[in-house]
Design a protein around this ligand. Sequence first.
Ligand code: HEM
Length: 168
Amino acid sequence: MTGPSLAGVWGRKAGSLQSLERYSDALKSSGIIWDDRSLDAWLTDPDRMVPGNEMPFNGIKDGRARADLLAFLKEATKPGGPTQRNAQAPMGSMGGMMGGMMGGGGRDPNLKSLDPNMQVKAITYCHDTYRVTTADGKTRAFWERNLRMKTDSGKDGPQSGAPALVRE
Ligand code: HEM
């Protein structure tokens, strides 16, 4: 959700997905319909095609690389294509300590049904350290700059009042 889902993007009107609330006015009012040509121009130089768009990406100047990418995307984003069948989130790069907290199999866990080691019961803060106590009775210490808060109002987000501890 950093950007729009590209599932089914061919034939779609630019800036039209209900699931993204943060489209720029520039993209929404561009009138573009995504097809081979418009996607090629967008990926060459997004700012040139839609001044004021908010996609933080400079574009791909190498025509061959762009053609390869578009050929891949055309297959991958087809309705019923691989993105819908196998929408696996990549594992974060930080292995180790918190690895056991993930649901396993490389998918983000559903935070509505939490294992005890992910259920946050208490947090204390002293000097530069947060101590997070989870429902399995363990307390883990974090350097303050390594602990971040995120919210998730989606279907896999936590129950209100039941914060979860997950690794990035
Ligand atoms: C080769 C890589 C990329 C491709 C193929 C791509 C493709 C696209 C397409 C086709 C759209 C328009 C979708 C629509 O109208 O619904 C779009 C918009 C957007 N993309 Fe990308 N994108 C790429 C890289 C990125 C990156 C790296 C980011 C962010 C880190 C990003 C964030 C966004 C955002 C925020 C928008 C909405 C822009 C706006 O509203 O002005 N994209 N992207």
